[in-house]
Design a protein around this ligand. Structure first.
Ligand code: C2O
Ligand code: CU
Ligand code: CU
Length: 561
């Protein structure tokens, strides 16, 4: 698939020059053990001097990790950068110890090996560094990659899902470069657009339904995606997985950190070239990428007006529609999944997070920004949340620029944006949401389930990485009010709750297991011969129990209901 077709029939609106480079499709890694090496390298973006970059198993970006729901995975992250970093699994629901936030530093020349069971629904997630005050630097230099989670529900649907053939990772980023072709970490002159690290990219896509996994991996810029000619497409998934049904759209705004999976029918377009565009001219004021990044002309960012991408419609990549594959997907399932959001009436707690600039006045838009008048402090836990709490968070933006709010650990459902229920394509599970500038308000509901850790926090922050690095971040622990410490790693205990059978699966063998009730009394004890176990809990009374494998320091809570 290297041949190009018919570009002369479409006048490019590209501000970015010719789309002359075939898009890189990152290598896909599958299985349950993933080996990632963070390394320095160089990349030839321009003629002349090569650019110093950072990558994972290469000199720029990293492989796509494909995981299956229910698998116990181990990721070995070796840091060869010559400086400390971290790797966070953005969007993945994992124990705090495996989350890769700023407290989980990977010193240079060491390997960090988090292990966790994949509990996400089929979805598009990603990984990136998260070292405090260096997140933007390491991401800008090139460390980021996609994570695709697959599950049985999604696998049963009629959707394109052959990686690199009809299902494409699309990681969109902008960067600024100095006269020596080196990446400028902090600049409003992020004039160079890269897709999967490719400058001026084109994608050869088959004339059939194709799926694009749009990931905004930019440090600041929002994209307002659409296709040339306003070709219609369908959004099928948000950050946390499938929507109830495909949503017909001609535009989808994707904020930094956010994902949108879309499908488009190219079957009638063979031989044509279309453009994936960002219609930045349509972005409302107060969004990085719009003509005005602030609410009014008085609030702007130095050099922002000089960047031709701002407020402009521009080509993200050309799509050359080539011959269809042998067995194309010819229709898209009309129903995708079911959602049963938690009910506000069942909320255990309400929180309000207010975003303000540290200093009011003409430079307020440049930050730093505070959350509830507080700047991030590694040593301060901002919230202690009981395990299984259902909470409603109100995000109130009293600053002149929009902020993409992100929270680790959980996904949430948006209740309303400025008082209005979200549009259908935002009614799925989310972990990033744009909070509009100038008194904009977003409310969401979530549940802090499965993982508790008394000491190691999860983060919430603005995903504009300059804002995050300047301290627009906070942290929370999820603790177990029953005082039971869960260490959830490489095993599976299900169903939970249950009133009949309980299954335990692990890679261990010949270990003693003990079942205790909530008062610490031993209910029974046995031997885990082959790593898996079927316990009949029909006879024990209702309540909360702990299944422990003392030798492995495993203590997992379950409920007999
Ligand atoms: Cu994508 Cu805390 O980050
Ligand atoms: Cu995250
Ligand atoms: Cu922000």
């Amino acid at each position: 698939m290297t041949k190009r077709y018919g570009t002369i029939f479409f006048v490019g609106i590209s501000l970015l020059g010719l789309s002359q480079n075939p898009i890189a499709i990152p290598t896909a890694l599958t299985g349950t053990t993933f080996d990632l090496t963070l390394q320095n390298g160089t990349t030839q973006f321009f003629s002349g001097t090569a650019t110093n970059t950072m990558g994972v198993n290469g000199s720029l970006l990293g492989p796509t990790l494909i995981m299956n729901e229910g698998d116990n995975v181990t990721i070995n992250v070796t840091n060869n950068l010559g400086e400390a970093s971290t790797i966070h699994w953005h969007g993945m629901h994992v124990p705090a110890i495996a989350d890769g936030g700023p407290h989980t530093e990977i010193p240079d020349n060491t390997t960090w090996s988090p292990a966790f069971m994949v509990r996400n629904f089929a979805s598009t997630n990603w990984y990136h560094p998260h070292l405090h005050m260096n997140t933007n630097k390491h991401v800008q230099k090139g460390i980021a990659g996609m994570i695709i989670v697959r599950d049985a529900e999604e696998a049963a649907l009629s959707l394109p899902r052959t990686y690199g053939e009809d299902d494409f990772p699309i990681v969109v980023q902008t960067k600024g470069f100095d006269v020596n072709n080196q990446i400028i970490i902090e600049t409003a002159l992020d004039t160079t657009l890269l897709v999967n690290g490719t400058k001026d990219p084109y994608l050869d896509a088959p004339a059939q339904w194709v799926r694009l996994r749009l990931l905004n991996g930019s440090s600041e810029r929002y994209y307002n995606f659409g296709f040339s000619g306003n070709l219609p497409f369908k959004q099928i998934a948000t950050d946390g997985g499938l929507l109830t049904a495909p949503v017909d759209l001609t535009r989808v705004m994707v904020a930094p950190g956010e994902r949108a999976e879309i499908v488009i029918d190219l079957s009638a377009l063979q031989g044509n070239t279309i453009q994936l565009m960002s219609y930045g001219a349509e972005l409302a004021s107060g969004i990085y990428g719009a003509a005005q990044p602030g609410m009014g002309a008085g609030q702007t960012i130095p050099n922002y007006a000089l960047n031709p991408l701002n407020g402009a419609n521009f080509t993200v990549m050309d799509i050359n529609v080539v011959a269809p594959n042998a067995n194309p997907v010819t229709s898209i399932s009309a129903a995708l999944t079911t959602h049963t959001p938690w009910l506000e009436a069942n909320a255990d707690a309400l929180k309000t997070l207010t975003f303000t600039p540290q200093t009011m006045g003409p430079t307020a838009i440049e930050g730093p920004f505070l959350i509830n008048n507080t700047m991030f402090d590694m040593d301060v836990i901002n919230y202690q949340i009981p395990l299984d709490n259902i909470e409603v968070w109100t995000l109130s933006n009293q600053s002149p620029i929009g902020h993409p709010f992100h929270i680790h650990d959980i996904s949430f459902y948006i209740l309303d944006i400025n008082g209005t229920p979200p549009p259908p394509n935002m009614q799925g599970r989310k972990d990033v949401v744009h909070v509009p500038a100038g008194m904009g308000t977003v409310r969401f509901i979530t549940k802090f389930e499965n993982y508790a850790n008394d000491t190691l926090p999860y983060m919430y922050h603005c995903h504009i990485l300059t804002h995050e690095d300047m301290g627009m971040m906070g942290q929370f622990i999820v603790y177990d009010p029953l005082g039971i410490k869960e260490v959830q790693t490489n095993y599976k205990l299900y169903p939970n709750p249950s009133n009949t059978s309980l299954f335990f699966e692990s890679a261990f063998s010949n270990e003693t297991y003990i079942l205790t009730d909530q008062f610490g009394r031993k209910v029974f004890e046995g031997n885990l011969m082959s790593g898996s176990l079927h316990i009949d809990i029909g006879q024990i009374s209702k309540g909360i129990y702990l299944l422990s494998i003392p030798e492995k320091q495993i203590h997992s809570r379950f409920i007999r209901n």
